[in-house]
Design a protein around this ligand. Structure first.
Ligand SMILES: Cc1ncc(COP(=O)(O)O)c(C=O)c1O
Length: 392
């Protein structure tokens, strides 16, 4: 049984979340921004790292058979999705893998589609590599986001690649198989490579209306044009160990991807990341289930708190991830502030660091994102401070 209510003090550990300041003169913050959790990783992971650390040579590392076996077991058991060893390329992160995929499968000036509001490194991965960004905005209706499939189809006719975020950060959707089948149909028809970022696939809320569907499972044809990005990093709170698994079934695409990844950031695993990933997938499931229940409890506690104390902030349905998408449009309408000005106000006046929705694209204006993977006490304390600023 983990104690989620008393989390370790992370200050002074080089934590981006806790040790980085939003700006030079900012007061001390309760950080609810960058996506890592304040919860210790499963004991099986720390044990495996300690064991590896007991050997004093940290040379070039390869993932052993056990690594691929646990990866396959995890995805087979949880998603009925089997992962063949040869289809996997280990990457230090999903963001570098997305950059590599863009360079490997498109040419400068080619159109690449993303679905805003979305994890903002997607947009920069496109533009930093000199490709043309096509934004297929999600549609928000009565507090629920869906895809604009008609526009996606129009854009797909002239695009080479699409970056899908499934489940979706920040809107918290677990796409239903019907929506994904439509994306798959469009991708096949227009020979669109789909980079499916499924880093949040394990973080589906216990009360979500549906399970996560891995994109390549939809059909064999679309699997052949998919770059599936998975990682134990969000699931087990180990992003600092820089290990993710990129699954590409088509051997020709895989070769091109590997060449590009090797050129840009290397494809050898981190020696601690490799043992951590294997141990997490082998022994971390009970920890994950317990952690998800706690996060769901945080979501519900904050939803109630806001209803009772700040009715101008509405929580969008959280089906997956620990990133809550908060509708603050009524506050903006009353104050004439923008989302980023509201972010700044909370940083300076409340000492609470939430992220402006506008970072996730212009369609994120009117929203803030809150990372709720922290102790419930800290979370509610943060929003008490926010409430006090709004009432002042
Ligand atoms: C959708 C998504 N993809 C990728 C990442 C980061 O991946 P990595 O740290 O492996 O580069 C995040 C982190 O928040 C994310 O939300």
């Amino acid at each position: 049984m983990n104690n989620y209510d008393t989390t370790p003090d992370r200050r002074g550990t080089g934590s981006i979340k806790w040790d980085q300041k939003p700006h030079e003169s900012a007061p001390e913050q309760i950080p609810l921004w960058v996506a890592d959790m304040d919860f210790p990783t499963p004991e099986a992971v720390t044990k495996a790292i300690a064991e590896r650390n007991s050997h004093p040579i940290f040379g070039y590392t390869m993932a052993g058979d056990g690594y691929y076996r646990e990866l396959d077991r995890w995805f087979s058991r949880r998603f009925d999705f089997s992962i063949e060893k040869e289809s996997v390329t280990i990457s230090p992160g999903i963001v570098p893998a997305i950059h590599a995929a863009i360079r490997a499968f498109t040419e400068p000036g080619d159109n690449v589609i993303i679905q805003n509001p979305v994890y903002y490194p997607f947009a920069s991965a496109v533009t930093d590599n000199g490709r043309n960004l096509m934004v297929n905005n999600l549609v928000e209706r009565h507090g629920y986001y869906t895809m604009n499939l008609q526009e996606l189809e129009e854009m797909a006719a002239s695009a080479k690649l699409m970056i899908l975020c499934s489940p979706h950060n920040p809107v918290g959707r677990v796409w239903d198989p019907g929506e994904l089948e439509d994306v798959a149909r469009i991708a096949e028809k227009h020979k669109l490579i789909v980079v499916s970022d499924e880093i949040h696939c394990d973080l589906v809320m216990p009360d979500a209306p549906r399970r996560h569907t891995p994109f390549p499972l939809l059909d064999e044809g679309v699997a052949e044009q998919t770059v599936l990005c998975t990682a134990p990093s969000k699931t087990f709170n180990i992003p600092g160990l820089a290990t993710s698994n990129i699954v590409i079934t088509d051997s020709r695409l895989r070769r091109r991807f590997r060449e590009e990844l090797k050129r840009s950031c290397g494809d050898l695993p981190n020696c601690f990341g490799a043992v951590a990933c294997e141990a997490a997938y082998r022994e971390g499931e009970a920890w994950l289930e317990e952690t998800l229940k706690y996060i769901m409890g945080n979501r519900d506690a904050l939803t109630l708190f806001l209803k009772e104390n700040i009715p101008d902030i509405t929580v969008m349905p959280l089906e997956a991830t620990y990133l809550l998408w908060l509708d603050v449009r009524p506050i903006l309408a009353k104050s004439s502030l923008t989302s980023s000005q509201l972010e700044r106000l909370f940083i300076d006046e409340a000492g609470v660091w939430l992220e402006s929705g506008s970072l996730f694209g212009t369609s994120g204006e009117g929203f803030l994102r809150a990372n709720i993977a922290c102790s419930r006490t800290l979370l509610l304390q943060a929003f008490e401070k926010v409430a006090a600023v709004l009432q002042a």
